[in-house]
Design a binder for this molecule. Sequence first.
Ligand code: CLR
Length: 427
Amino acid sequence: DGVNETVESERKQKEMEIAKSYKGYEDGIRKRYKIDADNRPKVSLWGILKSMIGKDMTKMTLPVSFNEPTSLLYRVVEDMEYTDLLDIAADRHDSTERLVYVAGFAASEYASTIGRVAKPFNPLLGETYEYVRPDLGYRFFIEQVSHHPPVGAAYAESAKWTYYGESAVKSKFYGKSFEFNPLGTWFLHIRPANGAPEELYTWKKVTSSVVGIITGNPVVDNYGPMEVKNWTTGEVCYLDFKAKGWKASSAFQVSGKVVDANGRTRWSMGGRWNDKIYARLTPGYEAVVGAPEDEAKDKSNQAFLVWEAHYRPPPGEIPFNVTPFVVTLNDLPDRLKPVVAPTDSRLRPDQRAMEEGEYDFAATEKNRVEEGQRARRRIREAKGEEFTPRWFTKAKHPITGEDYWLFNHEYWKIRDQVANGEKKWED
Ligand code: CLR
């Protein structure tokens, strides 16, 4: 598939703009934590949670040993693990094929939730996080724009696509399960290689839940419908994440279809969100895709692999049972230190202590930074001021009409000046 000349030069220009943010990331990604095992005390989750039925997670104070060295900001960056699917999507010449890969991307983020029954740190108001991948050609930025309820506004960009949205989760503990309901919409702009007009896709995340808390075997499940819509062409992908039932065979199951603007089926999709997702061209009909029997049936029209989960080392191999991608997140090499904003998550001493297995220190530091946050709020209240985000403003989306967070693009400009010694981050 060739790339249209105008598109090619637009991509080059975007690439050069993004490459300015590579400063500080010269050492490459981190491969391991300082510690080899987390040795966290084993405490029964049910023993702690049983008195908290009906509460949401923001109202719970849990021992720091229930944390993992991530935060709700990092959990949003985790969605970037399979951006190669967006690169592939942008290079496909058929818009329904692009949608297949975009939907694959939307479903790809759930694999990393397995075995992660731990609480991410709650970001401070105004806390920011930047994550740049020179090897993959994208940069990502997020700011905590509200504390109660916790809301993060994110913006990521590469030569071929732009991705942004709001991360806000409503949670509730029911005893039988702990439910996490994401509220925000995710927006994706794709710049197709063939010169077709830039496309806007949107979707919302499915529900995550923890079941098996009472029986002492807590596992994460992800379930519900997902609708990935191409606003430019009117094509839609409907995916259904099946809830883990009593039958082992229903665990991790995803199935769905891509329909054209007239509602006619074009592709069938299916597979398992912990493993692989397939698609098959099924014009005018639907088929079960990804099941072993599917492959054998029709030799002339095989399903193809859309997404495959990255290798996950066996439990216990990486502390806190995080993924290799997560290990790259909280890294702060010497070259990056003077470049990131003073509000960057990497500078949080409590998260750093957690990562290094210093749990008592993590707990006292967590108290200290949260006290600081309360003190800043009291000062604002005394002055009659309200917190305003530094890098995002609320706006109406020009295409979908929804409320969303508009990125002001200042962050990377200032960061570049800081990296070049022309400016200092003002505190
Ligand atoms: C789901 C996708 C959203 C962002 C998001 C926010 C909160 C996360 C949730 C995701 C996944 C499940 C989660 C939750 C916070 C806590 C919960 C990690 C990533 C874990 C499984 C709860 C563990 C139980 C505690 C009480 C110890 O876009």
